[in-house]
Design a protein around this ligand. Structure first.
Ligand code: ASP
Length: 624
């Protein structure tokens, strides 16, 4: 696919610019491409000719080819030209071992300018030169000419090719589903498209093909996959875009093991095909339940390239009867009010400066903690503002539990269980990168499953699905899908449903969530029960999920699936921290495309045809 072959010959070229070798010397060839660099030595003009396959040195001699030389003297960087002549070995000592074509040059006797170019807004031939991202996005077609961006798109193409191949080999059918549909909620805001034929009505762009893929299972397709474009109108971050691509799949007659097993072997094949140089940390991929992942790493997408696990300090802080007795009010107060006191050990941070410690505390506060306790082991005991409250025994017990040594720094949070885990999890992730504990070359895949089915939504008085509303329930927890009120339409926060675990599994890679899926509910009655807990009314359900509820009355196979973010996966495999770096034409942080200048106001006639009028947005409520 990416290897130049003779089949790429056209009237404009016999070979690509990456193809000629010493063995071609003495033959004639024609090449076409962009002028990467031009060096004028008077009698000789050298042109580096570039296409996406490589670079070939072209030399034009004024004596041998005066006409070609005259044209070559007019070409500039980024002109598109075609050249023809004889392939010759370069003179001894002038070979370029860094180029695959470095042993030869093309001695051109003919040069034709196919298209001229203005001076580009940034250098194409200096791939490492820093260029402002907004400029790169405005001139993306020039940015993609640069080697790093081109390489990343090629990597992504190899990745998707490998994904397709594995799926076809495993009995999957590739089906395209429409993008003008009805809302498929995945927890984000919909993008909507007004209908001209049915004024006043809108289509929603799919947040995922969830309902359609489940309907394909009812339709008997058995195994479906799609490289699917999805749309979610939410605030953008480095790993989010308003439109993004998912590997979306669904399988019939499967349990959790079957889906996870297939995905795992597929992920290994795709990683090895795309990045054979990067080792996978552990196979089979490690698995944690949600509870265990939160307990040990403070995250449901833990980066397993390093340890730095969360340590429960409580046993070091209580007396023989289990009563908090550390003497430090922050610790004891948290423990006696149902909170947790947990810590991580940052290796080598023991000598952190006041300023560094203040910064860490600030970060912890920004993540939602009330404060951060730092303790550094030293021969005289623990050092840090809290140390004076802790008895010698307690200090010793803390050092023992954490295993911290001199030079390390113990960072502790005392807060509610959720805040403690979350803040330490985020600090762990940041410090792992910052302290160089995470090997950038390693691919550490990890599964997390057994998520809670729902989380209580206080504002709306209902149980929200933690993942997607169709997720199945762990069989032994099915009896928990009830309310204490006895009326399924009247949920409350102490319902047994809050304890039910979903047949949901997420795959993470190096601290990023790659995607997730579940074995689904395939019985109408159970799905309706779950929807009621999620605050749906019978009418609302019919309105939103009528097709799937109806379909389940015509014989639905047990089924399950998953969706993985292609952009995220490609970014991780390409060692990038921003998915824009692996997307040909991404949007900026504010959701615009600076090249096409989208979004833009509709034409007056479009308003008219759609029966729309822009009335402006209501003023935002003021902050005070
Ligand atoms: N549709 C889900 C999502 O896009 C994934 C799945 O359950 O298959 O997040």
């Amino acid at each position: 696919m990416t290897t130049p072959t003779a089949s790429l010959a056209t009237p404009y070229r016999t070979h690509t610019a990456g193809e000629l070798r010493a063995s071609d010397a003495g033959t004639t060839a024609r090449l076409a491409g962009w002028v990467h660099r031009r060096r004028d030595h008077g009698q000789l003009i050298f042109l580096d000719l570039r296409d996406r396959h490589g670079l070939t040195q072209v030399v034009i001699d004024k004596v041998d080819a005066p006409d070609a030389h005259e044209i070559a003297s007019r070409v500039r960087s980024e002109f598109v030209i075609t050249v023809a002549g004889e392939v010759a070995r370069r003179l001894d000592g002038t070979e370029n071992p860094r180029l695959p074509t470095g042993e030869i040059e093309l001695r051109a006797t003919e040069v034709t300018i196919l298209s001229e170019a203005k001076t580009p807004p940034f250098y194409i031939n200096e791939p490492d030169a820093p260029v402002d991202e907004s400029l790169r996005l405005k001139y993306r077609y020039l940015d993609i000419r640069r080697q790093p961006m081109a390489d990343r798109l090629l990597l992504r193409s190899r990745m998707v090719q490998s994904i397709r191949q594995v799926h076809h080999e495993n009995g999957f059918v590739e089906v395209e589903t429409p993008t003008l549909i009805k809302s498929t909620p995945e927890g984000a805001r919909d993008f909507i498209v007004p209908s001209r034929l049915q004024p006043g009505n809108v289509y929603a762009l799919p947040q995922s093909p969830q309902q359609l893929k489940q309907l394909l299972m009812v339709a008997g397709m058995d195994r479906y996959f799609q490289i699917a474009r999805c749309y979610r109108d939410e605030d953008l971050r480095g790993d989010r875009q308003p439109e993004f691509t998912q590997l979306d799949l669904e399988m019939s007659f499967v349990d959790e093991e079957a889906v996870m097993g297939f995905i795992e072997s597929m992920a290994i094949t795709v990683s090895e095909a795309t990045r054979p140089d990067r080792p996978i940390q552990q196979v089979p991929f490690p698995r944690f339940t949600f509870d265990e992942a939160i307990e040990r790493f403070g995250s449901d997408k833990p980066d397993l390239r390093f340890g730095m696990e969360l340590i429960d300090l409580a046993p070091a802080l209580v007396d023989a009867s289990g009563t908090p007795a550390s003497g430090f009010g922050v610790f004891d107060g948290a423990l006696s009010s149902g909170g947790r006191v947990k810590a991580i050990v940052a290796p080598g941070l023991g000598g952190a400066t006041r300023k560094e410690l203040d910064e860490l505390t600030e970060r912890a506060k920004r993540f939602g903690a009330k404060g951060l306790v730092h303790l550094a082991p030293s021969p005289e005991g623990l050092r840090g503002p809290a140390a004076k409250f802790l008895s010698e025994d307690t200090q010793r017990a803390i050092v023992e539990r954490t295993g911290a040594g001199e030079g390390d720094l113990i960072l502790a949070i005392a807060d509610s269980p959720v805040v403690t885990a979350d803040v330490l999890g985020r600090l762990r992730a940041e410090l792992g990168e910052r302290l160089g504990l995470a090997d950038p070359n390693v691919l550490a895949y990890v599964w997390v499953n057994r998520f809670p089915m729902y989380q209580w939504d206080d504002e709306n008085g209902r149980w929200d699905a933690t993942h997607n509303p169709f997720s199945g329930v762990v069989p032994e927890d099915e009896a928990l899908l009830v309310t204490t009120s006895g009326d399924p339409a009247k949920p409350s926060p102490d319902d047994p449903a809050g304890r039910a675990r979903a047949l949901q599994y997420d795959l993470a890679l190096n601290g990023w969530e790659l995607g997730g899926g579940s074995v689904r509910i395939h019985r109408r009655e159970l799905l309706e029960r779950s929807f009621l807990l999620q605050g749906q009314t019978i009418d609302g359900m019919r309105e939103k999920f009528g097709a799937i509820l109806d379909a389940f009355e015509y014989g639905a196979p047990p089924h399950g699936g998953i969706a993985l973010g292609i952009d995220r996966w490609a970014a991780l495999l390409a060692s990038q921290t921003n998915i824009r770096e692996v997307m040909a034409f991404p949007k900026t942080q504010s959701g615009s495309d600076p090249m096409l200048e989208a979004p833009s106001p509709p034409e007056a006639v479009q308003y008219e045809e759609l029966g729309l009028r822009f009335v402006g947005l209501p003023p935002k409520p003021s902050a005070d």
